[in-house]
Design a protein around this ligand. Structure first.
Ligand code: COA
Length: 260
């Protein structure tokens, strides 16, 4: 599959999706949002890919938001599909089984912060900055920020960031739970790859069940969420990885989850 605004590198068992519009700090135009959705759907279908890293090209930005040049002169009905497409791409990322790590190598603003939040976890360089600056343009986050930021850091801090439009450092993002790990810029990709390889070595069906139970259960009542967990838990018995993992424990040997 050819992309105009992304590169997709497959280094089995991981893949790296890089938003590649460095002249505009990797801002997301509509075509890029569509390409992200297509790239993640394609990688989800590739059984050789067991973990994915999303990052931005260049040294300055992960993604500096939606492409503001596409906003001028638009009408409300025209902008409805824009937000919808962003939501659809993020939902593909959240509902696919393969884990996705955002390697945030610079500005993650607006739609950049929102796409990073649709990843399973965020690793950042010390120089990264996060924020939802839409208010400064007279608008609000439209790719999930009003909802996902509160789910990750709590309503109080989400309000602070969305109402003020302030940018925060990687260190503050770490302190509020928006970021999982912070690394010196020159170590970010190496460390993220190490962790992606660690995830790729896990039994992929069980990891998928964990991801789906958490992502689909999170917004349900506890009773319904526990039913989702029950289904995903029981599904683990439908895959040979379970027999292998349990058998390896009992036979005191190393499990071989991914025989080639
Ligand atoms: N959409 C379109 N173009 C963008 C962009 C965006 N979200 N963010 C940056 N760019 C472009 C700039 O217009 C500039 O283009 P130019 O070289 O043709 O002038 C180029 O990327 C470099 O950005 P610049 O502003 O010169 O870099 P900087 O280091 O001075 O500032 C930012 C970096 C990220 C602080 C600043 O670009 C910015 O505030 N961007 C907008 C962030 C935003 O509001 N995002 C949410 C959008 S809803």
């Amino acid at each position: 599959m050819e992309f105009n605004n992304l590169t997709v590198e497959i280094e089995k068992p991981i893949a790296i999706v890089t938003v590649n519009r460095p002249k505009v700090l990797n801002a997301l135009n509509l075509e890029t949002v569509d390409e992200l959705a297509a790239a993640f759907a394609m990688l989800d279908a590739n059984e050789d890919v067991r973990a994915i890293i999303m990052t931005g090209s260049g040294e300055k930005a992960f993604v500096a938001g939606a492409d503001i040049t596409e906003f001028r002169g638009k009408t409300a009905p025209e902008m409805f599909p824009f937000a919808k497409k962003g939501h659809d791409a993020a939902r593909i990322m959240e509902s696919m089984g393969t884990p996705i790590i955002a390697a945030v190598n610079g500005f993650a603003l607006g739609g950049g912060c929102e796409m990073a939040m649709a990843c399973d976890m965020r690793f950042a360089s010390e120089t990264a900055q996060f924020g939802q600056p839409e208010i400064l343009l007279g608008l609000i986050p439209g790719m999930g920020g009003t909802q996902r930021l509160a789910r990750l850091v709590g309503l109080g801090i989400a309000r602070e960031l969305i109402y003020s439009g302030d940018r925060i450092t990687a260190q503050r993002a770490y302190e509020i739970g928006l970021v999982n790990k912070v690394f010196p810029a020159d170590q970010l990709m190496e460390e993220t790859k190490k962790f992606a390889l660690k995830l790729a070595a896990k039994p992929s069906h069980a990891l998928k069940m964990a991801k789906l139970a958490m992502n689909y259960g999170y917004d349900l009542s506890l009773d319904n969420a526990l039913m989702v967990e029950t289904q995903c838990f029981a599904q683990c018995w439908s895959h040979p990885d379970l027999e292998e993992g349990v058998g390896a424990f009992i036979e005191k040997r190393k499990a071989n989850f991914h025989p080639e």
